[in-house]
Design a binder for this molecule. Structure first.
Ligand SMILES: [Zn+2]
Length: 73
């Protein structure tokens, strides 16, 4: 099978290797490779969407924590 294993969520093109980041860990550094869309414009939009989603999720989590604290007693 020669299918794109990591397609872009917007355009479906196979993503290319982006920047490599090393996350320092107590035991060993974790190497993490970002895969990005070959289309810079598309990648920019994907990142914007991801940032918006992350912000939404965070506010949802914050609300939940607030809610469960309120209903503890
Ligand atoms: Zn794309």
């Amino acid at each position: 099978m020669n299918k794109a294993i990591n397609p872009c969520i917007r355009c479906g093109k196979e993503r290319i290797k982006g920047k490599e980041t090393t996350i320092p860990n107590a035991y060993s550094d974790i190497k993490s490779t970002m895969y990005i869309c070959p289309d810079p414009e598309c990648q920019k939009k994907v990142e914007e969407e991801l940032a918006a989603k992350a912000a939404k999720r965070q506010s949802f989590i914050d609300k939940r924590i607030h809610f469960s604290k309120k209903n503890k007693k």
